[in-house]
Design a binder for this molecule. Structure first.
Ligand code: PHE
Length: 451
């Protein structure tokens, strides 16, 4: 019954599609605020080291699993070894939990785009604007709904291809803008200290939390440990090189995240240095409007509107890829119609997303050690579930099917140059490090050790 799987046309098609899924709010919204929170330069350094080791090995593994089996996560693990289907199931839960709160943040971006486009730069850059918006009961819900509905409409009518075409124009504009804004920000008084904080590692800031934060961010940003790259791999042609595609996707993704940090962190130094340590998910929304306002009303409105509109687009391409994944998981399992599945996923998002919105106002009393409901979903997926999936995947590849099985797949197209790195990371480094990090963070949460 199975249809012949369609495939990407060559390497460029594959890299662009995977990069479109990878580059999103994770790079522009999440990376800068984590970098600010976890010690700037040291976070950046740990992130880069993890990207070229863990990230590289895991992405090669996931794409190779997908291409070898021609299946998406649940069936792929099941086909390689029946007993290990549960890894695929666990991986599939992650996008279901990420999508709803991703759409809440997407809603915030929509709000900022609308405010800038309608000439509201003054109010957007005023003190307390972001917090006041979040504290409203209904407005954030409305914007969440708008963003979610946009995503659902695209997935329901299957017009992703159209969106992808547009995003090929938007992406370069977004990157150019980011570079421009970063350069401008650096010239502001006080910003240079921020550049130093962001680039110069201070080893006294290093902690297990830095590594856990960077690791979760790496998985999130490159769409790893949630079955997505397996699905992408299943659409990849055998003659396309996995190794060099992975390098390009990572370079692109890390490059955008790096630039976003260079734009946001120095801006915090220039305008509100005191908020650095306390910075949370709102960092980008508080820091950037001030930079735009500094450009003057007309210039700021133009640059700000363009910027938020581009971010909105990048966020949409990612949320579409997330929803598409979730829809296909349910359809594979229950053979529901596409329309019904979309509605079901929509309802699921509302059920999880609304509490995330309410966590900033009516339900602000519901929190875990100061973490709001949205933070709790974010931590649950990034700092707990994804590391567990990554750990299981590396054990599965390292010891059950053996790295050789995937190396053969990778070598179908090309000589695998970093074969040794792949093998050592998957077999030893990844499992040991992830266990150590998970155990110490759990002990830290329980208060047994201080991290
Ligand atoms: N990687 C995306 C980002 O950085 C988020 C995402 C995760 C998108 C999983 C698709 C799938 O924003």
């Amino acid at each position: 019954m199975e249809n012949k799987r369609s495939s990407f046309t060559g390497k460029i098609g594959f890299v662009l599609a995977a990069a479109g899924s990878a580059v999103g709010l994770g790079n522009i919204w999440r990376f800068p605020y984590l970098a600010a929170k976890y010690g700037g330069g040291i976070f950046l350094l740990v992130y880069i080291v993890l990207a070229v080791t863990f990230g590289f090995a895991l992405m090669c593994a996931e794409i190779a699993i997908g291409r070898k089996t021609g299946k998406s996560a649940i069936s792929a693990f099941g086909e390689l070894s029946k007993k290990y289907k549960f890894i695929g199931i666990l991986a599939s839960i992650v996008p279901m939990l990420i999508l709803p709160y991703y759409c809440v943040i997407g809603g915030w971006v929509s709000k900022y785009s609308a405010v800038f486009l309608t000439g509201g730069i003054k109010e957007a850059s005023s003190d307390g604007f972001y917090k006041a918006f979040r504290a409203e009961t209904f407005e954030p819900m409305g914007w969440f709904f708008v963003f979610l509905a946009l995503t659902a409409v695209v997935v329901l009518f299957g017009v992703e291809k159209g969106v992808e075409k547009v995003s090929k124009v938007m992406m370069p504009i977004l990157i150019t803008l980011t570079v421009g804004i970063a350069i401008y920000t650096m010239t502001l008084p006080g910003a240079w200290d921020g550049v130093i904080y962001y680039l110069k590692p201070d080893f006294s800031d290093f902690s297990v939390n830095t590594v856990l934060g960077a690791m979760g961010q790496l998985f999130y940003s490159t769409s790893l440990a949630m079955g997505i790259m397996i699905t992408y791999g299943s659409y990849m042609k055998k003659e396309v090189s996995i190794e060099s595609s992975v390098k390009q996707i990572e370079l692109f993704d890390t490059g955008v995240a790096f630039l976003a940090g260079l734009m946001v962190v120095p801006a915090v130094y220039a305008f509100d240095k005191g908020s650095l340590g306390k910075s949370g998910p709102g960092l980008m929304f508080e820091a950037l409007p001030r930079v735009f306002a500094n450009l003057g009303e007309v210039g700021g409105t133009i640059v700000g509107s363009l910027f938020f509109a581009m971010v909105l687009f990048a966020a949409l391409t990612s949320s579409i890829s997330l929803m598409e994944t979730v829809v296909s998981i349910f359809r594979d399992k229950f053979s529901w119609s596409r329309r019904f599945t979309c509605l079901f996923v929509f309802a699921l998002c509302i059920a999880i997303g609304l509490p995330c919105c309410l966590g900033y106002n009516v339900w602000s009393g519901v929190n875990l050690a100061g973490n709001t409901i949205l933070d709790i979903f974010d931590t649950l997926t990034n700092s707990i579930l994804m590391p567990i999936v990554a750990l299981l995947t590396s054990i599965f590849v390292g010891y059950i099917i053996k790295p050789k099985a995937l190396i053969e797949e990778i070598e179908l197209s090309d000589n695998f140059k970093r074969k040794k790195v792949f093998e050592i990371v998957i077999k030893y480094i990844a499992p040991i490090c992830i266990v150590l990090i998970l155990v110490s963070s759990i002990l830290g949460i329980l208060g047994v050790i201080k991290i």
